[in-house]
Design a protein around this ligand. Sequence first.
Ligand SMILES: Cc1cc2nc3c(=O)[nH]c(=O)nc-3n(C[C@H](O)[C@H](O)[C@H](O)COP(=O)(O)OP(=O)(O)OC[C@H]3O[C@@H](n4cnc5c(N)ncnc54)[C@H](O)[C@@H]3O)c2cc1C
Length: 568
Amino acid sequence: MRFVVVGGGVAGVCCAEELCRVRPQDSVTLVAADRVLKGVSVVVRLSRTLEELALVERRLDELPWPNLQMVQGVAAGIDAEGKELLLGDGRRLPYDKLCICAGARPKQLPPTAFHARPAPGLSEAEAEAERQRQEAELRRRVLTIRDTDSVQRLAARLRGARRVAVVGNGGIALELISGLQGKDVTWIMRHAHIGDAYFDLDAAQFLLEELQQQREQQAQQVAGAQQQQQQEQKQEQLPPSPQEQQQEQGRRQPSDASLANGAGSEDNCGSGKVLGHAVGPRWVQQLLPAAVAAEGGTAEEDSSAVGRVDLEYGCEVACIELIQEGGQPQQQPRQPPGDGDSPSQRGGQPPLLLTLTSGKKVEADLVLLAIGVTPALDWVPPCVERAPDGGLKLNRHMQSSDPAIYAAGDSASCSWAAGESSHWFQMRLWSQARSMGIYAAHCMAGVQEQASSSAPPHMHMGADMAFELFTHVTRFLGRKVVLLGLYNGQRLQHEPASDMATYSRVTEGPERTFVRVLLLRGRVQGVVLIGDTELEETFENLILDQLDVSQYGPALLDPDFELDHVFD
Ligand SMILES: Cc1cc2nc3c(=O)[nH]c(=O)nc-3n(C[C@H](O)[C@H](O)[C@H](O)COP(=O)(O)OP(=O)(O)OC[C@H]3O[C@@H](n4cnc5c(N)ncnc54)[C@H](O)[C@@H]3O)c2cc1C
């Protein structure tokens, strides 16, 4: 049997590795566009179904399976009848079963959103050249994020930006906001509250308060640091007393000596090799230090200004243009086109003007677009059926409309989920890319679910279990967030409102926590936990067991209530 897998992301790597493991006698080919693969490296198990993943980058030649063949190339088409994968360089790879794990691309603004306005009085050719220049400049300053490169690009651009517009309201937008400290942010979303895909109004309100608190704390820290700096500057202006001179000499001597011994040197790399980072769970933390490092500053310098966050609810970006100077369009570039922004270029950069569908106008230096993703399937022939979200429409066995073609991860659309998994639904996440990749491998290999003890730790989780309950652990605005089951009423829209109940609680303390639970006819359907609540396992069991807890009412969330007694 010849298995071919396309895509070097989490889904493709997990699928190819699992195929190698369960079918060691068969040939497995992994086609990856890049020399660097993205894999799951560490798993922290928080409960039976809830795991915190860490991602690492691995080189193409590092996967240790004897029956695995790596092919670096770009899939450009499929000869479905002849069962051959066509590569961009003309190579053809025959397959018996093919799995498409090509991921997704960030959605972009439509071309009509970029408004260039050449000055009146230009010749036709000049006006066209000016239009092209302005459009190129506008596109250069509207960034999306997908991979490590794009995070680094964003970090470099942030250094030159004071006002940033963030467009979107999903997980990426939520994380971005906490990575933009020191910037004035306008957060533009079409929904009525933040994190609409994740939270209801209560949870969103809790997170907004957290954001406010974070920024206030930063402001206090900055004010304190500035005061200290001013005092130090004053002291520096006075000549040191003989006593101070003596003390200073005393302070210097031991440190000079320790440096001579090497005791004061830093070993940032430890003993391991330093590799580049994947866009892993902590990708947002790369933004600020990378932005500062790009120009040789320090993180403290960059956080010296505490920016504000303005929220624009219920609207989208209608158009973006360059702000005209003195009412006139710019006719000459104020800076040479290029990828990096040097300080001198930055100074002359014209601001952007965003017109929102609400009619409001917003100024920004940079626009960060996080409005969702589209499966990267333009190379897959249309005879392989798509779902409404653009992913390959799959049956319960991860098969597309062509029985020899499977899919997993962001390219896939699990159309079966609504009917067969009562508390699971698809969301484009690392954890799901991993379990889909492994499960697709089982389906392709025709093996039953087998989480054998020989499997590496990141493959232990059974696929059936993975599709039983939606689980996601992440961090928003620096807080741990656990989402379980139909936490936001997903797929319960048809149920009578009178059968549903939600209870929530906020626990004050040095670390505030938030819990919200959603019940249908007295049975827990979903939960949102923010902060360290240590309730994930209990609620996981309540959802899986579907115990009737209606007798407890809101007391279910009383901090003094012994939740474990419910199971007695
Ligand atoms: C900025 C950002 C933050 C995120 N944060 C989170 C988070 O906090 N938690 C979470 O769970 N998820 C998060 N996600 C989502 C998560 O990254 C995806 O769901 C997951 O990576 C999907 O894995 P995949 O293997 O399907 O696709 P990808 O990781 O996109 O991999 C697809 C691979 O296919 C390759 N490829 C594409 N086309 C071809 C072709 N024609 N030929 C050959 N190779 C091809 C690509 O080069 C790539 O290597 C985030 C995503 C982004 C962009």
